[in-house]
Design a protein around this ligand. Structure first.
Ligand code: PEP
Ligand code: MG
Length: 570
């Protein structure tokens, strides 16, 4: 089987050599004994490979820093710290000496024990994949047969799973031409990051690790979710033609950049961008967004072992404000839990992390972390059009408590003589069914709503958003979802507050029109999706969109609704 199919997670086409990130790398090595007389030689060989690995990592770090900036290269400092960890190296040396085994065997023994003892700390647990990666690199450097490092070739990452942190650290964009994972869906956070980085990605390809061999040439089509292993020259030619066509139509679409998203009968729709890192602001501007509707700030906390200070956060936010030059920006406070964990916080292991200490629950529990972030946001608000919003709200008490903490943050800033915007707008994400149902009451407490449909769908339809086996149930136009969205919009309007949507469904042009027909004020999406949604809006009449919306609200299935939208919208 040369063709594999998965979810089209991030659009684009890539060709490169497979670079497999194997969880089971170490099971490939048979234990090997060595003669007593060879021990010193073996230890020298071990330290030589450590040195070689360090040199390699330093090179990668340097390249990453050049291409992507210091933030992204920071992960490699962790690699270096492991390679310089004297205790760790001595432990491995001890195994070689005591057990008369090869360096590879000692490393394998050590990492197997690591699983039991070393990963007890949550910090190390969260870096498990990276630690395995370092050990893999050391072993490859021990091997005589090893080829030159592939880092600077065009590569396509193939892995069982990638954490959002790993995905971010793969940002040697110039060389990573795509990635493929066995697990994941359209709304898992790894996918969201791939889209933000504009790297073609196909996820949920459950047999990828089995079918793809290291160094296979891969062709990845992120538009259709297709992978071709060792493509023929005619297959490559065909895909290149497709890419050319897409590039031409993209060019046409980019011409819309400075055009407003106005329907044919003059209804203006605000199109905002979702971002995860300050560096994405360039893409926000490139694709002509009216502002930033969602800044997922937790990514500032994900790639490191310590917490970002108030000062550091303040400068990150201020940098975005300056680049956005007066355009509105909505900062969402840290939303960890679910499939995003921060190393600096050692929380209990949860059986159901999406139903656990997530979003606002985490913030209200870890008030010091929350207060630091709120102070940084408030200080930054002085410099531009900044709003703040809170994730995972399920009760009115959470909103009231959060507002109290904002007041505490303001008080502290006043006492310290810091400037901030007194009347900063406060919003909440409507992403749980309970928040929708009490949205009339919640609307009285805040200035705006932003519907987080990724989670609203997950929590309403009771399906894990990262489980590819359930993705067939993940239906944005399920009648229950549309009813919840409609109710949220009605309650927002009744209370005279604005309501936007920032889940992935807003980026599907037909569904975006449906949301407009339901009365949504703002749509926020991955920057790359903005031109396509805009193109759809400007080709249609608002009056017709409203008519179509009324009609589909009586339909009883997602499929029927999508079909009708496709047939009836221009
Ligand atoms: C959502 O849930 O729709 C949302 C935008 O937030 P996130 O995807 O970060 O959970
Ligand atoms: Mg969410």
């Amino acid at each position: 089987m040369r063709k594999l199919k998965g979810f089209p997670a991030s659009p684009g086409i890539g060709i490169g050599k497979a670079n497999k990130i194997r969880d089971d790398f170490f099971s490939f090595f048979e234990s090997k004994k060595i003669k007593s007389g060879k021990i010193v030689e073996e230890i020298n060989r071990f330290y030589k490979s450590i040195q070689k690995t360090e040199e390699e990592i330093l090179k990668i770090k340097e390249t990453t820093e050049k291409i992507a900036g210091k933030e992204y290269s920071e992960i490699f400092s962790f690699y270096i710290s492991i390679l310089k960890d004297k205790n760790l190296l001595e432990e491995i040396e001890k195994i070689i000496r005591k057990e008369n085994v090869s360096a590879e065997t000692a490393l394998k023994k050590f990492i197997t024990n690591l699983n039991k003892n070393f990963f007890k700390s949550d910090f190390l647990k969260s870096r498990e994949k990276e630690i395995f990666d370092i050990f893999e690199k050391i072993i490859l450097n021990l091997s005589e047969k090893k080829k030159e490092t592939k880092t600077l070739e065009n590569i396509i990452i193939v892995a069982n799973d990638l954490s959002p942190t790993q995905t971010v650290s793969l940002l040697e964009k110039k060389y990573v031409k795509g990635f493929i994972t066995c697990v994941g869906t359209e709304t898992s956070h790894t996918t969201i990051i791939a889209k933000a980085l504009e790297i073609p990605a196909v996820v949920g390809v459950n047999n990828a690790m089995e079918k793809i061999k290291e160094d296979d040439t891969l062709l990845i089509d992120g538009y259709e979710g297709i992978i071709i292993i060792n493509p023929t020259s005619s297959e490559i030619e065909k895909i290149k033609q497709k890419e050319k066509k897409i590039a031409q139509s993209k060019k046409k679409i980019y011409l819309l950049k400075n055009k407003e998203a106005l329907t044919l009968d003059g209804k203006k729709v605000e199109l905002y961008a979702n971002i995860e890192l300050p560096e994405e602001v360039d893409a926000v501007l490139k694709y002509g967004a009216d502002g930033i509707g969602l800044f997922r700030t937790e990514y500032l906390y994900l790639k490191r072992k310590d917490l970002p200070s108030e000062e550091e956060q303040f400068y990150s936010y201020k940098k975005i404000i300056e680049k956005m030059n007066g355009k509105p920006i909505t900062i969402r406070t840290i939303d960890v839990g679910g499939d995003k964990f921060i190393s600096a916080f050692e929380g209990p292991v949860e059986l159901n992390s999406f139903l656990g200490l997530r979003g606002i629950r985490f913030c209200l529990e870890k008030r010091d972390i929350f207060l630091t972030q709120l102070k940084a946001i408030l200080r930054a608000s002085y410099y531009g059009n900044l709003k703040v919003m809170f994730p995972m709200i399920t009760t009115k008490e959470e909103v009231i408590e959060t507002k109290k903490i904002i007041e505490i943050a303001k008080d502290k800033l006043r006492k310290g003589g810091e400037k901030f915007k007194e009347n900063i707008e406060i919003g909440i994400m409507i992403e749980t069914p309970s928040a929708v149902i009490i949205s009339d009451e919640l609307a009285k407490e805040v200035d705006f709503f932003s519907i987080g449909s990724n989670d609203l769908i997950q929590y309403t339809l009771a399906i894990d958003r990262v489980n590819e086996k359930l993705s067939y149930l993940y239906k944005p136009c399920h009648p229950s979802i549309l009813k919840l969205i409609k109710l949220t919009i009605e309650n927002a309007k009744k209370n005279n507050i604005k309501v936007g949507i920032c889940g992935e469904m807003a980026s599907i042009p037909e569904i975006a029109c449906l949301l407009i027909g339901l009365g949504i004020d703002e749509l926020s999406m991955a920057p790359v999706a903005i031109p396509l949604v805009k193109e759809k809006i400007i080709k249609n009449y608002y009056s017709k969109i409203k008519e179509i919306t009324q009609k589909v609200l009586s339909f009883n299935s997602h499929e029927k609704i999508i079909d009708f939208l496709k047939k009836n919208l221009n």
